[in-house]
Ligand binder design. Sequence first.
Ligand SMILES: Cc1cc2nc3c(=O)[nH]c(=O)nc-3n(C[C@H](O)[C@H](O)[C@H](O)COP(=O)(O)OP(=O)(O)OC[C@H]3O[C@@H](n4cnc5c(N)ncnc54)[C@H](O)[C@@H]3O)c2cc1C
Length: 352
Amino acid sequence: MFGEKIFKQFVGGETLKETKQVADTLEDYNVKAILDYGVEGKEGEDNFELATGEFIKVIEYASSQRNIPFISVKLTGFARFALLEKLDATADSNSGTDARLALDVLNETEKLEFEKVRNRLVKICEVAAKNNIGVLIDAEETWIQDPVDALTMQMMEVFNKDKVVVFNTIQLYRHDRLRFLKESFEQAQIKQFKLGLKVVRGAYMEKERRRAETMNYPSPIQPSKQATDNDYNAAIEFCVSRIDDIFLIVASHNEFSNLHTTRLLQKHYGSLHHKNVHFSQLYGMSDNITFNLAKAGCSVSKYLPFGPIKDVIPYLMRRAQENSSISGHTGRELGLIKKELKRRAELDYRKI
Ligand SMILES: Cc1cc2nc3c(=O)[nH]c(=O)nc-3n(C[C@H](O)[C@H](O)[C@H](O)COP(=O)(O)OP(=O)(O)OC[C@H]3O[C@@H](n4cnc5c(N)ncnc54)[C@H](O)[C@@H]3O)c2cc1C
């Protein structure tokens, strides 16, 4: 019962069809949807092929709807985690930006396996490009992220020439990511493609810190929340001031970061809306931000996961952890809801 409530709060439904009702309601308020097919932690070539087919179905479905401009993709939905980990372990740090991968560390079977991963991603991007749907590649754990970045940069180089189809995700809770963002931009300029970026703080902080401590290497995470916030806001500033060459998705529930972006847009371009800027919050969280941005004329969406309950559990676990560990946000949101209910009750009372 409790699980069912949590599922309904954060998930759009078990099937693509079930997301329609939610997406249609969002559309009534000028809010778009980003569909996120929730496959996590499933291994095996058969599952990877199935997931690829699902991603393609989601893209085709999105293109038939008015308010679904993007879908999100996790590379681990169709690539073996250990294969990515092996590639990452031997990569130079930040090799992701120049899109090179040291494939010679793989044996012949693994090379073929990796080729299949690349082909799956190419297929997804091709269908997306044809249907004018953006593909947002999620950022995951640091120990697999280099090959994810490298593959994403390769796809951007092919598909982001005339329009932006492919987006990488930058996690600013990592102390090296502001530099990575700047290097990605340099590469995009050299290779003449547009950078698609979803900018987030990062969802795996405890896990990252724990692993670094257990395995005795320096933590990749910023020393404090303030350091993360500083880099996040600096990343937004960097992107907004180069907005003709970057498509920016501000993916955050942080009120200041959202407000900061709108202020920068107003200051530089005289409007809160820019064709290369989009805002997004997770479904079930920070409605006060989403609906106010929509009301102000910004392009904004809800990130809408869907899938069978058992498949979206890792996603729900992250949300549960986030909502219990983030100081202030959830409490503040509840406070806002109570205040609004009181205001409406008073309005009704006065009418009597
Ligand atoms: C549309 C959308 C897509 C997303 N996609 C991804 C994705 O692909 N990959 C991914 O990893 N996450 C993703 N996330 C989740 C995101 O990374 C954050 O976990 C979540 O949004 C909370 O951060 P915030 O900016 O919303 O708000 P805030 O509440 O201001 O920030 C909380 C975040 O700050 C960081 N933080 C908290 N305490 C500290 C500390 N002591 N030291 C350093 N940093 C700290 C952590 O990242 C924490 O999650 C996505 C979020 C959204 C809204």
